[in-house]
Ligand binder design. Structure first.
Ligand code: GLU
Length: 420
């Protein structure tokens, strides 16, 4: 098959290789299979920004629509120093499988800007976001492509995007992005959705294994929107959170960290590092501690061929997108580690994004309790479906989840046919 030099990157090669394997298992016909290997459209933009010191810097930005067979495209926007076209394209493909697996009426998309947001002022970030939005204007819209937060972006980023888009339309268009602040059309429970989804999937995993989460030893990489929320919920449910890390370092207490006290510390210090009542631990060592549940909820490629052998967790729940490389996956499999894959584990975010989009289109907002109940139901059902496929087909959970995700998109292609 033709290769794709446009998207050349490790992550893209992995995403396509995964699709190829799943296509073979599903006995997909050749036409459908090759259509799924390519993104529908991919846009590259340059973003000139006047920096605070008066210089003009030019950043590179991307937005990729992978597939539109099930509906308009959906996916996050990331600001990160490693962003490139190949990575964004691979992540867009993952979004297609994720939305499909969760039964959402969306195809997958992803956007990114190569920058270091921690090193930029709020004004610089606003200029960057507004100019990026203007450059991808024709690519987004409530029934075309709906961005959301991802690594390095947040509610404020979405508010600026929504405002920029709305200004060009001469009216407020809340449905163009999700993950907005509640005041301007965001949904209750969106901020916590990904972390909550992880915990609901874990409840169901424990149930399927005939165990309970109470007393389980947990290690979490990342204490932001995803890791932080999961930590608080698991702690309240009686799990023992032994280790947590963030971009500045990690903390460890084998008796369990007091998460409420840790929250107080982070409010003051801006990082978990230096938390009294715990030992310091590097991010690297944290991943290799023996535990029941490891939640990588930071960035990609954290569990690799060179450290997978030393991972001593029983269950890994992928809060981040792509935290485990395929080589590491194979090693973990031989060690009997249960990996709950990203497309399932972190899908709570896009599920509540869907709720936000629906609420915005109807100008009718639901109570947080409704959001939570519906999220839990969808996560639980998806986990059970993936678990059953994995048992029936004798495959790991990642393969089972991708089989479910790819199959629905392939079926939609077959029903819709090939234009013209
Ligand atoms: N960035 C999140 C993800 O990777 C959420 C995407 C969305 O809500 O559209 O799933």
């Amino acid at each position: 098959m033709a290769d794709m030099p446009e998207f050349e990157s490790e992550m893209h090669r992995t995403a396509v290789a995964q699709l190829d394997q799943v296509a073979e298992r599903l006995h997909l016909d050749h036409e459908t299979h090759i259509r799924l290997r390519y993104p529908r459209r991919a846009l590259v933009v340059s973003i000139p920004v006047r920096m605070d010191d008066g210089r003009t810097e030019v950043f590179m930005g991307y937005r990729v629509h992978h597939n539109t067979a099930l509906g308009p495209t959906k996916g996050g926007l990331r600001y990160d120093a490693d962003v490139n076209m190949g990575e964004v394209t691979a992540l867009a493909m993952l979004m297609t499988w994720k939305c499909s697996l969760m039964g959402l009426p969306y195809g997958g998309a992803k956007g990114g800007v190569r920058c270091t947001p921690r090193g930029m002022s709020k004004r610089e970030l606003e200029s960057l976001t507004r100019r990026y939005t203007a450059e991808i204007m024709l690519f987004i819209g409530p029934d075309l492509d709906i961005p959301a937060p991802d690594l390095g972006t947040d509610e404020q980023t979405m508010a600026w995007m929504m405002d920029t888009y709305s200004m060009t339309q001469g009216r407020s268009v809340p449905g163009v992005v999700t993950g907005k602040p509640i005041l301007v059309g965001g949904s209750a429970g969106r901020r916590e959705a990904t972390g909550r989804g992880i915990v609901y999937v874990l409840y169901q995993a424990a149930h399927s294994l005939g165990e309970e989460l109470k007393g389980k030893k947990v290690v979490i990489q990342g204490f932001g929107n995803v890791g932080g929320v999961a930590a608080r919920m698991l702690w309240r449910d009686g799990a023992v959170i032994q280790g947590i890390s963030d971009f500045q370092g990690g903390v460890w207490n084998s008796q369990g960290l007091d998460i409420r006290a840790l929250d107080e510390h982070v409010k003051e210090a801006g990082t978990v590092a230096g938390f009294p009542g715990a030992d310091a631990i590097s991010n690297h060592d944290l991943l290799e501690q023996p535990c029941d549940i490891l939640v990588p909820a930071a960035t990609g490629s954290q569990i690799r061929e060179d450290n997978a052998d030393r991972i001593r967790a029983k269950i890994i729940v992928e809060g981040a997108n792509g935290p485990t490389t395929p080589e590491a996956d194979a090693i973990l499999r031989t060690h009997g580690v249960l990996v709950i894959p990203d497309v399932l584990a972190n899908a709570g975010g896009v599920v509540v994004s869907y709720f936000e989009w629906v609420q915005g289109l109807q100008f009718f907002f639901w109570k947080e309790s409704e959001i939570i109940a519906r999220l839990q139901e969808i996560m639980t059902r998806a986990f059970t479906r993936v678990w059953n496929v994995s048992k029936k087909e004798n495959v790991d959970l990642r393969t089972a989840a991708l089989m479910e995700g790819v199959r629905r998109v392939a079926d939609a292609h077959q029903i819709r046919g090939l234009y013209p």
